[in-house]
Design a protein around this ligand. Structure first.
Ligand SMILES: [Zn+2]
Length: 330
């Protein structure tokens, strides 16, 4: 049998298996972060795994809409609580993490025109703030082509204790960011600020404004918490953890947004201690682990999701493979 016919048959079989047997009874919660224009996406040199182009997002949503019943996160909570699932097709939710300004400029027009509900998880300290996300600022500084050799040497000295001697063989910006993500938030901010100082740059903001959020609230976009400062929650003291979970909720609710009582854990970092505090304040918690959420489950402080990269958004065969893997996780 020719290879392309075999591949086509395999694709048809996996889609049939997914849509008829594996996806129904579950909600597939898709994760996005940044949404860039095609030229911005092509020009991006780091953190491409957390970005999709606007073209890819539209194509993905059109495909998902034809296959799933796209519901809001609040509707998913209501279905779980009532035990009543009315839809004939499998359910899906669309989520965006962090609160990037590009969610307003690039994602919102697409969501609005396709009438797709979505939830944006806000790290509240970055909204309407001069402070930008540290990893984007650090990546921008390291990707700057104008650095002199003495600036490069000084930055190597700063990064070496965290990243190791490999720093001297050239900068892999994504790897440097991944290593620093393991640190306490204060240390990540300190090292970012030190690198920016050496590079002669200042913190740049990338977050939404509250006015952006209010406008989107009027068009089926809801907002949940992604903490205040985007820390690794498992590294915090009990008081810090409580403050991050409680204060982000109260600051988002105070703005009168379409609110969903959900917490999304930064970096997907959570444990039993985090879940016990999160359960005091939130109905549900979302992780970054791959999986589908069974609608029959009522206690949901660790809901798995399906992260959507640009290539996944553009290729349904890749999406089907990811969904197959997600369905086998439980
Ligand atoms: Zn995040």
């Amino acid at each position: 049998m020719p290879r392309n016919i075999a591949k086509g048959m395999l694709g048809y079989l996996s889609k049939y298996l997914l849509d008829r047997l594996l996806l129904p009874g579950n909600c597939t919660v898709f994760t996005f972060h940044r949404v860039l224009s095609e030229s911005e996406y092509e020009a991006a040199t780091f953190q491409r795994s957390i970005a999709v182009s606007d073209v890819a997002l539209r194509q993905f949503l059109v495909g998902v809409k034809s296959r799933f019943e796209i519901i809001s996160l609040q509707e998913m909570i209501d279905i779980q609580n009532s035990g009543e699932s009315k839809g004939k097709r499998p359910y899906a939710c669309i989520t965006f993490d962090d609160g990037w300004y590009d969610n307003y400029t690039h994602a919102f027009p697409i969501l609005k025109s396709l009438e797709v509900p979505a939830t944006i998880f806000l790290s509240s300290d970055y909204i309407d703030s001069e402070a930008g996300f540290w990893w984007q600022n650090l990546g921008d500084a390291l990707s700057c082509n104008d650095l002199t050799q003495s600036q490069v040497d000084a930055i190597n000295l700063l990064l070496c204790p965290l990243v190791g001697q490999t720093i001297y063989s050239g900068w892999n910006v994504d790897r440097i960011i991944e290593v620093i993500k393991e640190q306490h938030y204060d240390e990540a901010m300190d090292i970012t600020q030190a690198v920016l100082d050496v590079a002669g740059q200042v913190l740049t903001s990338h977050g939404l404004s509250w006015a952006n959020c209010v406008e989107m609230s009027n068009h089926h976009i809801s907002f949940g918490s992604h903490t205040m400062t985007h820390p690794r929650l498992s590294l915090l003291s009990s008081k810090e953890l409580d403050d991050e979970l409680r204060c982000s909720k109260s600051s988002i609710k105070a703005k009168g947004l379409r609110y969903v009582n959900a917490i999304c854990y930064p970096y997907g970092d959570s444990d039993k201690n985090v879940w016990s505090i999160a359960g005091k304040y939130y109905d549900i918690g979302l992780s970054t682990a791959l999986g589908l959420q069974p609608l029959s489950e009522k206690s949901c402080l660790n809901i798995p999701r399906v992260n959507v990269s640009n290539i996944l958004a553009l290729h349904s065969s890749r999406l089907n493979y990811r969904l197959l893997r997600a369905s086998l996780k439980r």
